[in-house]
Design a protein around this ligand. Structure first.
Ligand SMILES: [Zn+2]
Length: 275
């Protein structure tokens, strides 16, 4: 499964170096042009960038992010305006993916519908997570690149969806990696811990890291949290341990990456898992 996504990513990597003939500007867009993918743009210092008409943050070195959601449209327009007023428009063609859909019927109602008290906790947890995803910090920590936070069997892939008793659930927003309880979980990239929650209803012991420019990662169901809110972490820093906290059927790490409220496929950020 990982090999398949990695293959897709490799095939779709686009590096556009240089600019139209005669122009002195540089623009590179690096990353998989596929649903769930993240592209890191690099241009001259002082550029202004819009993605489908919305302004995005640009670092002092000219770095910016473009993300494609699970159901991203076939084309996304990136418009770059240089300090001298020259404007470049790139239309990115985003490859469409197909996702696993699993239908399960005949479940007892209780396993499908939470109680009002549970729903209130889920709402509060969701608000805390949404507040993290809304952050737009100026650090470009994502430039450190990403690594797998833990190694093991991938038991759940990005974008898959279950339909329980005819009700479509939210598509899976990350990847699940099975590893023995207690296995250290590493920060997938440089960043700042912006959420370290000991007991969320669905996701249990949960850590979120802000990598800058709206890019955040989440690590769920851990048995132990090894970092505190506000702590600076480097890629590879242990942040917790694999567990089965929250609503799960067995020990695993749920790892998610989002650009604001758009979920991205973490597997596309890291490539195949080394043995
Ligand atoms: Zn998961």
């Amino acid at each position: 499964m990982i090999g398949r996504w990695a293959g897709t990513a490799a095939a779709a990597v686009l590096i556009v170096a240089g600019a139209p003939p005669g122009a002195a500007h540089e623009l590179s867009l690096e990353g998989p042009l596929t649903q769930g993918g993240l592209v890191i743009g690099r241009g001259d210092a002082g550029i202004a960038v819009t993605v489908d008409g919305r302004a995005v943050r640009v670092s002092p070195e000219g770095l910016f992010l473009v993300g494609f959601g699970r159901d991203a449209p076939p084309t996304v327009e990136v418009r770059v305006r240089y300090r001298d007023g020259v404007t470049t428009v790139r239309v990115l063609h985003v490859a469409r993916r197909t996702y696993q859909v699993q239908r399960i019927d005949g479940l007892p109602p209780r396993t499908v519908t939470p109680t009002p008290e549970d729903l209130e906790r889920i709402r509060l947890d969701g608000a805390a997570i949404a507040a993290v995803r809304a952050r737009d910090s100026s650090r470009a920590d994502f430039a450190s690149r990403f690594q797998w936070p833990v190694r093991g069997r991938v038991s759940g892939v990005f974008g898959s969806q279950r339909i329980l008793n005819g009700k479509p659930r939210h598509p899976h927003g990350g990847v699940d990696v099975v590893a023995p309880p207690g296995t250290p979980v590493a920060a997938s990239a440089d960043g700042v811990v912006v959420l370290a929650h000991p007991d969320m209803f669905l996701t249990g012991r949960t850590v979120m890291i802000d990598h800058g420019h709206g890019l955040a990662s989440v690590y769920a169901h851990m048995s132990e949290i090894l970092v505190t809110q506000g702590q600076r972490v480097a890629r590879g820093t242990p942040i917790g341990r694999v567990g089965a906290s929250g609503r799960v059927t067995g020990p695993h790490l749920h790892w998610g990456v989002s650009l604001f409220d758009t979920r991205l496929d973490p597997a596309l950020l890291v490539g195949p898992m080394a043995e």
